[in-house]
Design a protein around this ligand. Sequence first.
Ligand code: SF4
Length: 57
Amino acid sequence: MPAVVNKDECVGCGACVEVCPQEAITMDDIAIIDVNECIDCGACVDECPNGAITIKE
Ligand code: SF4
């Protein structure tokens, strides 16, 4: 499963965009993850200051 953004917790800081090796994340009001590019690496999960990104098993 690709990484999922919790829209209630994402504040749109953009921290995750910088760390994604796949450049799978773009910003609108919140982070948008391209499910076709995400490789489930978890880099964005570790980077998010709000814990807004999770990878579902
Ligand atoms: Fe990018 Fe990795 Fe996050 Fe997927 S899990 S969106 S590849 S940083």
